[in-house]
Design a protein around this ligand. Sequence first.
Ligand SMILES: Cc1cc2nc3c(=O)[nH]c(=O)nc-3n(C[C@H](O)[C@H](O)[C@H](O)COP(=O)(O)OP(=O)(O)OC[C@H]3O[C@@H](n4cnc5c(N)ncnc54)[C@H](O)[C@@H]3O)c2cc1C
Length: 474
Amino acid sequence: MYDVTVIGAGVTGCAIARELSRYEVKVCVIDRCSDICEGTSKANSGIVHAGHDAATGSWKAKMNLEGNRMMKQLCEDLDVSFRQNGSLVLCFREEDKGALEKLYEKGCANGVKGLQQLSASEVRVMEPALSNKTVAALYAPTGGIVCPFELTMALAENAFVNGTEFMLETEVLSVKKAEQGYELETDKGKILTKTVVNAAGVYADVFHNMISEERIHITPRRGEYCLLDKKDGGIVDKTIFQLPGAMGKGILVTPTVHGNLLTGPTASDLSDKEAVDTSAEGLSQVLDMAKISVPGLPVRDVITSFAGLRAHEDSDDFVLGEAKGAPGFYDAAGIESPGLTSAPAIGKYIADLVVEKLGIVEKTTFIHRRKGVIHMKMCTTQEQKRLIEVNPAYGNIICRCEMVSEGEILDAIHRPLGATTLDGIKRRTRAGMGRCQAGFCTPKTMEILMRELSLEPEHIRKKGPGSELIAKRR
Ligand SMILES: Cc1cc2nc3c(=O)[nH]c(=O)nc-3n(C[C@H](O)[C@H](O)[C@H](O)COP(=O)(O)OP(=O)(O)OC[C@H]3O[C@@H](n4cnc5c(N)ncnc54)[C@H](O)[C@@H]3O)c2cc1C
């Protein structure tokens, strides 16, 4: 019997689990995927939104503001890449200046600090690569960028070292009320739990509707992206948005925390909750729209493309709190953008509800800091020398594009909740994320996985079951 079972090991579920791990409580996080962060949390813009977009008074606005405030300290504590680079919303037509003014007013009403309306010449001084058709912009100095995988993994690892159990490759099939809480049927057996936290991303409506008469409905809204080479990461310094429309915040151009340039996302409503494929139309729309903001965007430098699914609930807001008619069942549903920004705040809000319900007490032994994988590339020459002296594997470069050493890959495999797949190594170390997109390092990384985890070649997977790279010779 668990005190709390969290369905979903995305950024929302991991943030909630990490907050709960401050307490004397038996918590389990379940995910059907083979690793942390395999859902929407791995495929988004990585923006820490300032908070001027969401409707004033909505959950999105409240959690966005609070999450934005919490992010810097959290990233420091958990050793996660974060930069407060600021953001600009561009206006290209005189007649749209009223909409920009409204956005400014909404931002002020939401409590966003430091917002400024800039003239065309002020914007150009700030960001010389922007279109000379820009007539005005809204500047938000509190906007930032974060690595979404690092954040999610760091939250999970920290929850794990503080006693949270993780059950990966375990699919929850149903949730029903039981005598002392809830019974979860999974493909690995039954789980009894006093309370449930529903953080199942695009599937959160399915679980909510199993136990509450008040229905919710989530539409997967796909967003497609192009990622450009690191040599273009400095074309803009701030995150560049266009004026938002009915389907969201439009196409942005932003540097990433690791120095690439990212552009996207599109927005198309679908019925398939697994449709994370990209399309020729979607990607050309991304590049065409991005060039409106940054006309000189070097589209030939795209190194990869990807898509993620927003969990858009019909109410256009997050669904947070105890579900109606289901005491002890807590929703963190409809967590679309700004869900990444909001995760720290949602984590605290939902954990506080659970703590109050269960009447549990804080631990004295909570470890609030975590150290990530050492990145050789970020070390000084002296530090690199010292690392190689202690462990020569740090001198063996496996991924040449991102300069990732064998030592880093070993750390990724053997750390808490370590990597067991190629994607797991990629998201923990960046091996395979560079210009050649794993063309060079895949065989070497496979060899390390085989050796360290005593696996046969045909058992090495890119991600979950069915993604094996090598077929067994008959
Ligand atoms: C295109 C796009 C751009 C975005 N950009 C930003 C941004 O810049 N800034 C920002 O703040 N937010 C952004 N977001 C929103 C942000 O990415 C999400 O709000 C956040 O990642 C949601 O996290 P989650 O943990 O709720 O969901 P997920 O990450 O999807 O996690 C849900 C987990 O539940 C698991 N699960 C589902 N069903 C089951 C089951 N039956 N059994 C077991 N496990 C199950 C899944 O495997 C998954 O791992 C963007 C989203 C998209 C799609």
